[in-house]
Design a protein around this ligand. Structure first.
Ligand code: XIL
Length: 548
């Protein structure tokens, strides 16, 4: 066992295993604390400002001053007796410390703070601790060979001492100044203009120890009336959803309407390429994860929107002047990383969004960096990469303006049919359904389109419905909106392959329509004050089972 641990540490220290090793081996007779095997994956780190993720690394980037970030919303340890924290650190161009906090500061950053920093310097380990009575730290250094990268650390509380090991060899001990009575919060600290990468983080304790991880993923749970749209929908195995913005969940009317009325969430922007993948080697899952946490806590499903789109691609992609091979590799990495992060957690992904022109001629657009650089088979590849990564999530092609019958609808149908016939793994078509008074939809055309997609074996979800309504709003216009909703929901409910309907927002107070179509209001189911509109009543009526 000891030999194995030494070997594993040696491999970790060469970096060979760092990419895919979630945890360092515990000491002889010790085991991982349950839930603390991999505190990087479970930590919600990308929700902390200054921290991003890259592969299985958390990366803290400091500006011109020290950056200390404590993960107060992530998992923390409730230590009992002896315990150890194991971490693999790579400070880049400077110094970096693993920061463990027993008590958070009150009022000022240092008042009451109990904190231990263990860092890697060119000559060994640099240890500082704060006792809460002054802003200055006590410091100790232990000499050691830090040439290996990453540096594999163990900080262990052993009785009344704290022991510090580097790459499997203990370098020294200090008397435990009583830093960790009830908690160990995990954090990181980087010197000015440096980056600290941590590729493994876990906690261990003697077998049988009572040390535990306190689970903290927090979400509000919304009270349910039992008579929301979601209750009617769920009883018929139907999904009624809305596009959601994480920052608005702190608005109580927004959150309570969402949780009480809908059983499906789609992130309005949080999973688009620019938000999710802001730099080539960085992903930010925080906004999407916070929506998934809300959905899970409230018994809702979530769909993913969207992996490949010509819009909301970041400038590092659009201005990167990448070759075909490079951009293919970038897209592949994006799809593998995003789909695997949410594997088993989403019901569907919009794999490709709006690949066909908005206006005639309805061909594959020539203004997409993906199509122009990779070629038209970027669509095939995107679906194949997504399927390779998650065999169960439903893969959708999503587009606008092709909901009824007509040239756009024919183009979407032809694309889907072609993908199907060549065995490209597509499960469904998303009909966005951004309607307007000038451009409503003929219910018979929608029904015919749903039927021909069903004949291809494809599911349909109405993914982004709203009805742009010219200002000023009047009761008459509310009634027209309601009629349009009634027609669409009725046609969807009448088609066995139409499994979900989502509106592109919750309340007209937060709709994209006024900025995208100036002079129009949102046309969602709830008004500016979150009161249900005539459109809400219309949807509810359609979802209410008919009395025989
Ligand atoms: C829109 C969002 O609502 C806006 O907040 C954002 O600024 C632009 O994108 N079709 C889509 C959606 O597939 O992603 C778009 O969402 C609306 C049109």
């Amino acid at each position: 066992m000891k030999v194995l641990r030494t070997l594993l540490i040696a491999l970790l220290a060469t970096g060979v295993l760092a990419g895919d090793t979630p945890a360092l081996p515990p000491r002889d007779g010790w085991t991982f604390v349950a839930g603390a095997e991999d505190l990087i994956a479970s930590g919600g780190w990308s929700c902390i400002s200054g921290i991003s993720t890259s592969g299985h690394n958390i990366v803290l980037t400091a500006g011109s001053s020290y950056s200390t970030q404590i993960n107060t919303n992530g998992p923390r340890l409730a230590p009992q007796g002896d315990f150890g924290v194991l971490a693999a650190l790579s400070p880049k161009s400077g110094s970096g410390w693993l920061t463990l906090v027993g008590v958070l500061g009150k009022d000022s950053w240092w008042n009451g703070l109990k904190r231990l920093d263990v860092g890697v310097t060119p000559t060994g380990l640099s240890i500082s601790y704060f006792l809460g009575d002054s802003p200055s730290a006590q410091s100790v250094t232990f000499d050691g060979d830090t040439s290996a990268d990453p540096s594999v650390l163990e900080v262990a509380r052993l009785g009344t001492e704290l022991a510090f090991s580097l790459n499997g060899a203990e370098l020294g001990r200090i008397e435990d100044p009583g830093l960790f009575a009830d908690a160990v919060y995990f954090g990181m600290n980087a010197a000015p203009n440096s980056e600290l990468w941590i590729s493994a983080l876990s906690a261990a304790a003697p077998a049988g120890s009572a040390t535990a991880i306190l689970p903290v993923p927090f979400s509000q749970v919304i009270p349910r009336s039992g008579s929301g749209l979601r209750d009617l929908a769920s009883s018929q195995d139907f999904l009624i959803g809305a596009a959601v913005t994480p920052g608005l969940l702190s608005n109580s009317r927004y959150a309570s309407t969402l949780g009480a009325e809908f059983n499906l969430i789609v992130p309005e922007n949080a999973l688009k390429f620019d938000t999710l993948h802001p730099a080539r080697d960085r992903y930010n899952f925080c906004p999407g994860d916070s929506l998934l946490t809300f959905a899970t806590a409230n018994g809702m499903k979530m769909r993913g929107h969207t992996l490949v789109w010509h819009q909301q691609a970041p400038s590092w992609v659009t201005n990167g002047k990448f070759s075909k091979e490079e951009l293919s590799e970038i897209l592949r990495d994006h799809i593998l990383t995003s789909v695997s992060h949410y594997k088993g957690k989403l019901i569907a992904w919009d794999v490709v969004n709006e690949a066909i022109n908005y206006g005639p001629p309805y061909r594959l657009r020539s203004d997409s960096v993906w199509g122009t650089t990779i070629g038209p088979d970027y669509i095939d590849k995107a679906f194949q990469w997504a399927r390779e990564t998650d065999p169960d999530v439903k893969l959708f092609y999503n587009d606008t303006g092709g909901e009824g019958l007509g040239a756009k609808s024919d183009a979407v149908y032809a694309l889907a049919k072609d993908l199907k016939s060549r065995g490209i793994p597509i499960d469904g078509v998303g009909l966005q359904m951004h309607l307007s008074f000038a451009n409503p939809i003929k219910p018979a055309d929608l029904a015919a389109n749903l039927q021909r997609l069903a004949d291809l074996g494809l599911e349909v979800q109405i993914t982004e419905m709203d009805v742009a309504t010219p200002d000023p709003i009047t009761p008459e216009k509310m009634a027209v909106q309601a009629g349009i909703y009634r027609d669409v929901v009725s046609a969807c409910r009448a088609a066995a392959n139409c499994r979900a309907l989502l509106t592109w927002g919750i309340s007209d107070a937060y709709s994209w329509i006024p900025s995208a179509r100036p002079g129009n209001s949102g046309g969602l189911l709830f008004d500016q004050q979150f009161q249900p509109k005539a459109a809400y009543d219309a949807v509810k009526t359609v979802l209410t089972p008919q009395q025989p």
